[in-house]
Design a protein around this ligand. Sequence first.
Ligand code: CMC
Length: 431
Amino acid sequence: MSDKKFELTDLSSGKKSLLPVRSGTIGPDVLDIASINKDHGVFTFDPGFGVTAATESKITYIDGDAGVLLHRGYPVEQLAEKSSFMEVAYLLLNGDLPKQEQLAEFTSSIRRHTMINESLLRFTNGFHHNAHPMAMVSAVVASMSAFYHDSMDINNPRHREIFAHRIIAKLPTIAAAAHKHSLGQPFVYPRNDLDYCSNMLHMFFSVPCEEYVVDPVAAQALDLLFILHADHEQNASTSTVRLAGSTGANPYAAISAGVAALWGPAHGGANEAVLAMLEQIGTVENIPKYLAMAKDKSSHFRLMGFGHRVYKNFDPRAKIIRTACHKVLQKLGRTDNPLFELALRLEEIALQDEYFIQRKLYPNVDFYSGVIYSALGIPRSMFTVMFAIARTVGWVAHWQEMISDPAMRIGRPRQLYTGCPARDYTSVDNR
Ligand code: CMC
């Protein structure tokens, strides 16, 4: 608690109260308004949670004005350059970078949980071949609560740890099952001799009739994208996981709720929407027409992959991915990539436009990620699933932090009621 205090005065009654201020380790202070209902009989009104901290957290820090993103204090740029997805997962879950033997133990535990129950596979087969993979993944993850309900005591730290390892390990297997189902190809079982991303690529792209060798360039590119998507503090899907989990619900059900929230185009679904938009724009000559549409409030068209609730500067993840696009396309021998060229021009033109400058709209993490996923052969409908695989780590870290906090309470927002005041029921023949 800081020494600072704010005074709240009800001008109609003259009643005053002091509001304490809480300081984090970095970032703006927050006003503790817990007492205002008791003191003044009012609630606060903040639709969209624009200025409301719903929780205290030690996991991730964002300074949106400066374009800074830290995981457990480490800048995302350093993690992207020097770390691996498994190491970042350990860091987010446990608070510190692992020592050699801790990393080996963690990685080995994840590898040993990659298989899914055969009955879960049959669930996937029940979907129509053109079902969206996010619908399949969300449903299959929710159904895991039926498989691990009795053995899942959320108050038992060991149970929570097993849950964490299981869900992180099985998400790529579930995603690959959805992908193979949509192709009509046989499911490929996980290979525990491969690292996390190589195993995922193997399950996605190998077929029983010929040998498939994972391209290390592809595995490395995927690992980078997974690091960049692993967590992003209290975003919509993470807040969904927390809210669902705060009821004491089975955590697989809470993660499934997170997958569903991620799917929307304003959130993780933007990566799929960006590629669709670039294909729709087609050529550089059409950019002005689409920019005009994005600025026209009656068109409902937004520049997908642009803008962010928190970043009013470059999204640091977008910068890293743009640089990675150049390198990955070059290493894969795909330098002639018209969609990437179009995305670069679109960014350049939008960033010189007064509308985007005034509103501080910059490319976000989803603007360039689809270019890399496409170059790796991942179909557009699977882009948001890739995001979900990586973000599962963040969801689990936040769920763990919430459940292990003795002060945890059920999440229960209040409202400003603007409906009909109380009135008496009239029977149907008198209406
Ligand atoms: N294209 C055109 N105008 C935009 C855009 C855009 N992409 N984003 C925001 N604006 C305008 C908006 O119309 C508003 O204008 P005005 O002040 O004239 O009414 C102003 O900028 C502020 O926008 P907002 O909707 O109040 O901002 P928000 O914080 O509520 O929304 C956002 C943030 C990310 C949902 C929004 O910028 C957006 O829809 N972007 C496109 C979708 C997207 O790329 N989403 C991925 C987000 S990053 C990854 C993730 O979270 O998963």
